[in-house]
Design a protein around this ligand. Sequence first.
Ligand SMILES: [Zn+2]
Ligand SMILES: [Zn+2]
Length: 464
Amino acid sequence: MKFAHDFDASLRKEEYPPEWLDSAISYRQLKKCIKKVQKELQELGLDPHILEQLWQNVNNNDRNITTRASPEEPRSRPYHYSVSSGVATLKPRLTVAIDPRDGLPLDAWLSPETRNFLKGLPRSPRTEKQLSFSAAAGIDGGTTQPMPLSVSEHGNPVELQIVDPTEAFETVEIPLTSDSEFFQILKRELDDLNRLQETKQKQLTVQINKLGSDITKLTEMASSRSRAEVEAWREIFRLYVDSQIFFSTSEQDAGTRPCSTAQKQLEDFSNGIADKRKRLRLSHNGSTALKTFLYINASLLHFMKFQEINRTALTKIMKKFDKQTALHMQANLPPALANEHFVAHDLAKAACFTIQEQLLPIVPQINDYLCPVCLTISFKPVRLRCNHVFCIRCLIVMQRAKQDHCPLCRGGFVMEACSENLDAKLMKFLKRKFPAEVKAKQKENQHAAGVDRYGEGYDKCAVM
Ligand SMILES: [Zn+2]
Ligand SMILES: [Zn+2]
């Protein structure tokens, strides 16, 4: 009762668009369905208590068989519930083992009425060969023989049933209809959620790409404005990466953040930007682009919240299904449902990857272009044969000291470097993207070259 209420309240509170709400898990309807399954089972004399007893037997049986080659599927199950899937449908099956000699269930827990009812159901016969083994062999004795696999009769190639050649009982399938209804509804809703997620992801990708081309235009304008714009976006993206809004890389809580934490991180990021707003000196178009950037993140978070609450609803309803029917789906989704994008796919990861690929490289961060020796911009950049890049100043110092080993990989590539090792393309890129840093470094290099030639304090003499 409580979760149904919370679920409704949270769907209302977040003001999701109507088409999202249409796709949400219909928790209450599924709950009613579970009641129907329960009633159906009770009418067959299979109330949760009885099924629980049968389940205990299944467990004991499984535990006795520890030497089997394949641990995935228990071997001889006196009672078995599984959901197989076709292209568009999910078909649950509840089977109970019966003795082939008299058609009665093998389990003593069942009432006489239920046993009689089961006797009347159509049996699923084994082959002659399988039936020729003695009746007692398959039920509780372990075996180490390799067991052939066969595709279940419902034709799902994924779910294989293990057929033990010593298995000596037949099964009957209990006719239930409400559980099919339950899984049909669930399948339909997960399909809807899946489609919704695909649409949202496409939408986000389009928005991010568009924003990317807007920011590129702003930072590559011919006017002097572009410099301020580059600086501003560099700061914005630096803050953004540091905020780790949707993911954490810290040791304690690495991975995707829960929505509540992501929301807090996003708020901190927005506040941080607001504090620096004046200093960022964004143009009018720049401010619009920043608003769009914040909007994209907020809208991603909004959708993630919707998914999060639906995932919780899904887990809860499956737990309820097990608890009230004792059919032991074990709160696990059938494979056909678990593979749905909605369950398995991480939208935040996909969206953040697009941001990382499309937006962040527009304004590169200086940290990615530092000389590993002097930790200032590697200008002019010299690329050694090992592909490691140093500033020309540090290379000269290393060559003078006859130090041939690359400080990063220890390869002997320093002494051979000459003017051909200058990376012209990178040089041009650095000049364009980091004009202030390049200018400062050039000045330093000139000074150092002057000191080399005329000794310390040469430039002071020049003033005189
Ligand atoms: Zn250097
Ligand atoms: Zn190297």
